[in-house]
Design a protein around this ligand. Sequence first.
Ligand SMILES: [Zn+2]
Length: 310
Amino acid sequence: MPGPAASHKPQSGRPAEPGRPPLPAVDVRVLARVRTLSAHPPQSLVIEGGGAPDREAAAFAWASLLNCQSRGDRPCGVCETCRQIAERVFRDVIVVDKEFFEEAKREGVSGTDAMRRLLPVWGQPPHGEGRRVTLFTLAHELHPSVANLLLKTLEEPRPGNVFVLLAPQRERLLQTLVSRSFVLTLPWPRARATEPDAAEWIGALLHFWETGQGWFERTGTKGGADRDLAQRIVLGLQHALAEALAQADRADRAGKTGGAGAVAVRLAKRGPVGLRRLDLALVQAQEALGQPTAPVALVLDWLATAVIDK
Ligand SMILES: [Zn+2]
């Protein structure tokens, strides 16, 4: 049962001092679910659904809950452990993200070797009294050899260690990884993704991909799409892509209606290679749009052409 202080607003960690980053905000319903899981933490947890920030927030809440010194039913957000986790300096939380692989690259180490260096760490119990949590923030983008190494790791007992795999949808992970994991599905950002203006632009993109027409006059118009709209277009496409991949995987198109269903069906016609290309392009477009200096129209034009069969 939630405590008396529970509210239905997102529960954000409370910064104890100015300048300290708070734990990212997590929906109370998600917090309630990770709290239930924490009674018997699964060795591997897949967090799917939501947007990338939602998945990360849930993962950090999970890591904090398993290590918070207050041992309460939610991360206190103020103890030294919670604060270190929020600052990403806690020694029992390992984040395997883009930066992890980029740093390895700078050191001249392959991603697989960088992962291998963690094997002895995972062979040891955590330093503190909680669990060592290793987060794979982009589990769906792991190089196959890295994913296989992770799989081998999960096949062995790793006392005191838990793993968290973040992905837009479980279908984008090795099936063998998913079958060894508990899957936590966050609510999809459906309402935002299907707002009529974004849906209309997505329709135009699909039309362009199918016919090669009707796109550039749109982005060439002054004030065609602002950054917020462009981000919602990318988000809507990611949502539809996830559905398309799920449909392809389950070979089950029946009963998939509403939301981005029709878009997903049109995307699914692109086939596995086309969908993979779209996946990569959307990630790059999303990153570009996250940079305030990137011209929105150029990013959208790049996206429009990047996924066309050459
Ligand atoms: Zn705490």
